[in-house]
Design a protein around this ligand. Structure first.
Ligand SMILES: Cc1ncc(COP(=O)(O)O)c(C=O)c1O
Length: 389
C-alpha cells in the first residue's frame, strides 16, 4: 500500500529553499560539462583560515573528542566576550555567552525560551527565510513586515510600533541583513529597542554579518543594552560555515533556561570546532580576515554599478554582508522564471526573491558576491549577452 508518511502538522509551514532546486540544476548542468557562474551561494568562497584549521588538527591529535559543557568551552566564551571589548568597547560578562551549533542553533534556543504558542515575532520581509521557521517550530506566529528601499530594507521604530499587537512578544532584526546587505544605524537600532521595551517585548539582533562591513564601523546592539539577545556565528566572517559554530549573548536571566535547553537538544556544540575557533581571534587570523573583507568590498564596488548598468535597480548601497538585492522589475515580471532561464541559457546562477519572503519577491533577485572578481565579470558579461545589450 502506498501510504503517505504521518508528518506532524507543523511541517506544513516549513518551506524548502527554492534556490536548492536551482543549485541542483546548476550542478546537473556542470556535470554535463557546462560552465556555471555561481552568484547564488550564501557562504564565503574562501576556506577557513589556515591557523584555525591547524588548531583543529592539533585539537584532534590531543584527543579533544569528548563533549564540552553545554554552554561551550569557558576559554572560548571568554574570547568571544573579549572580542566585544576589543571591537566595540563593550564589556560583556562571559557568563552571558552561549556557544551554539551555528547561529541556527542560537536562533532555535532563543525562540524556544522566549516564545509561547501564539506569540508573534515581528521580522522584516525580505529577510532570512529560516527565521519564520524557527518561530513556527515553537508554535509562534512569524509576522513579516514589508520593508523597501525607503527604510533601507530594514524595520524602523515606527514600523515596529505600527505592527505591534497584544500578541507580539519579540522583534528580530539582522544588521547587516540577508538578503539585502543593508545595515541598521546605531540610532535606528536604539529607537527600535526603545519601542520594543516600551511595549514590554524583547529585541533579538542577528549580527552574523557584523564583521563584513564596508562603509563605516559596525556596531553591536550590546552597546545599547544588556537585555537584548545578540546572535552571531563563526560561519560568515570567520569562513567556518561547515564547522557549525555560533553563539548568542543572552540577558543574564535567560542563561540558565537556555543552558538547560541546550543540554537537552544539543548537549553541546562540536568540540573540535570550539577548539579550532579558539584560534579565530589571533592577530594572524585577523590579518587574513581583513584582507578578505577588502576583497569583498572590491567585489561589491565592481558588481553594484555593473548590475545597475544592466538595468537592475539597487537604490540603497548595501554596507555589508556579501549580497546585493536587486530590483529586476524593469527586466522581467517574474524573477523566479528569469533565474531559471538565466541559468539554463546563460549559465549564471542567482537566487530569486521568492526565497526571502512575500513582499514583491517576483521583482527581486539576490546576487551573492561569494566568487572571485573574474567570475563576477564573466557573470555580468553573460547576463549582458542574455539581455541582448
Ligand atoms: C542572517 C542569517 N542568520 C543566520 C544564518 C545561519 O548561519 P549559521 O547557522 O551557519 O551560523 C544565516 C545563514 O545564511 C544568515 O544569513
Amino acid at each position: 500500500m502506498n501510504k503517505k508518511p504521518a508528518v506532524a502538522q507543523r511541517m506544513m509551514h516549513i518551506q524548502p529553499f527554492y534556490v536548492m532546486d536551482l543549485l541542483a540544476r546548476a550542478r546537473d548542468l556542470e556535470a554535463q560539462g557546462r560552465s556555471i557562474v555561481h552568484m547564488e551561494i550564501g557562504e564565503p568562497d574562501f576556506i577557513t583560515p589556515t591557523p584555525i584549521i591547524e588548531a583543529g588538527h592539533r585539537a584532534l591529535s590531543a584527543g579533544h573528542t569528548h563533549y564540552t559543557p553545554a554552554l561551550g568551552l569557558p576559554a572560548l566564551r571568554q574570547k568571544i566576550a573579549d572580542s566585544y571589548r576589543l571591537n566595540y568597547g563593550v564589556v560583556v560578562d562571559p557568563s552571558r555567552v552561549l556557544v551554539t551549533p551555528g547561529a541556527s542553533g542560537a536562533l532555535q534556543l532563543v525562540m524556544s525560551v522566549l516564545i509561547n504558542p501564539g506569540d508573534a515575532v515581528l521580522m522584516a520581509d525580505p529577510g532570512y527565510p529560516c527565521n519564520r521557521h524557527f518561530v513556527r517550530l515553537v508554535e509562534g506566529e512569524p509576522i513579516s513586515v514589508p520593508v523597501g528601499s525607503e527604510t533601507g530594507y530594514q524595520l524602523t521604530a515606527d514600523l515596529v510600533d505600527a505592527a505591534w499587537t497584544s500578541q507580539t512578544r519579540a522583534v528580530l532584526v539582522a544588521s547587516p541583513s540577508n538578503p539585502t546587505g543593508t545595515l541598521l544605524s546605531a540610532k535606528a537600532l536604539r529607537e527600535i529597542y526603545q519601542v520594543v521595551r516600551a511595549r514590554g517585548g524583547v529585541l533579538v539582533v542577528d549580527e552574523i554579518y557584523q564583521g563584513l562591513i564596508y562603509d563605516g564601523d559596525g556596531c553591536s546592539a550590546l552597546s545599547i543594552a544588556d537585555d537584548i539577545f545578540v546572535i552571531n556565528s563563526f560561519s560568515k566572517y570567520y569562513g567556518m560555515t561547515g564547522w557549525r559554530l555560533g553563539w548568542v549573548v543572552a540577558p543574564p536571566e535567560y542563561v540558565e533556561p537556555m543552558d538547560r535547553l541546550a543540554q537537552n537538544i544539543f548537549l553541546a556544540a562540536s568540540t573540535l570546532s570550539q577548539h579550532a575557533a579558539l584560534e579565530a581571534f589571533s592577530d594572524e587570523v585577523a590579518d587574513i580576515l581583513e584582507e578578505r573583507r577588502q576583497e569583498y568590498r572590491r567585489r561589491r564596488d565592481y558588481l553594484l554599478p555593473a548590475l545597475q548598468s544592466l538595468g537592475f535597480d539597487i537604490p540603497v548601497v548595501p554596507g555589508g554582508a556579501f549580497y546585493l538585492y536587486a530590483g529586476s522589475g524593469r527586466l522581467t515580471p517574474d524573477s523566479f522564471k528569469f533565474a531559471q532561464v538565466l541559468l539554463d541559457e546563460a549559465g549564471v546562477a542567482v537566487t530569486p526573491g521568492r526565497d526571502f519572503g512575500s513582499y514583491r519577491p517576483e521583482q527581486h533577485i539576490r546576487f551573492a558576491y561569494t566568487t572571485c572578481l573574474a567570475n563576477l565579470e564573466e557573470g555580468v558579461g553573460r547576463i549582458r549577452c542574455f539581455l541582448g545589450h
